[in-house]
Design a protein. Structure first.
Length: 156
């Protein structure tokens, strides 16, 4: 028998496999905090909107997940997203380690960790190989992602 919070993680990633951002957002507490190497500090509705944006724009998308573990307070999972990066048309296979904090049966903190340089090498090709490890390039990726999320949120 799995822990209810492990079931919550499974529900979250199953919804992601189905590109059901509404079901993903329903797993989050109203005041959730999300971070990853690109979206470094999202709060509340911003996190759900990030998933809505990513699910709506995903091309050639698939997702697998495993190693789901959880107790009353914290949990983790590994997941792999495979998709075509819209800006360049290049395929990305992103390996991510997720950590969660739970309260009242919902996710209150979600932190994803992945190698941003590995992502830039796949998504950007030669430019990513040569320059993707540089902080100015990584910061530009973060700014572009933040602008995209702001535009998505404004259009809703």
């Amino acid at each position: 028998m799995s822990h209810p919070n492990a079931d919550l993680i499974t529900r979250f990633y199953t919804a992601f496999q189905n590109r059901d951002a509404e079901a993903m957002a329903a797993c989050y507490a109203e005041n959730v905090r999300f971070s990853d190497p690109v979206f470094t500090d999202l709060h509340g509705a911003e996190a759900g909107d990030m998933w809505r944006m990513l699910c709506s724009r995903a091309q050639d998308f698939s997702l697998t997940f495993d190693a789901v573990h959880a107790d009353d307070h914290a949990g983790s999972a590994r997941w792999v997203a495979t998709y075509r990066f819209n800006a360049t048309g290049r395929q990305v296979v992103n390996h991510i380690q997720a950590r969660f904090v739970f309260r009242d049966g919902l996710i209150v903190e979600h932190r994803d960790h992945f190698d941003l340089w590995s992502w830039t090498r796949q998504a950007l090709g030669a430019k990513g190989v040569l320059l993707g490890w540089l902080p100015p390039v990584q910061n530009a990726i973060r700014r572009q992602a933040a602008r995209g999320l702001a535009q998505f949120r404004a259009s809703r």
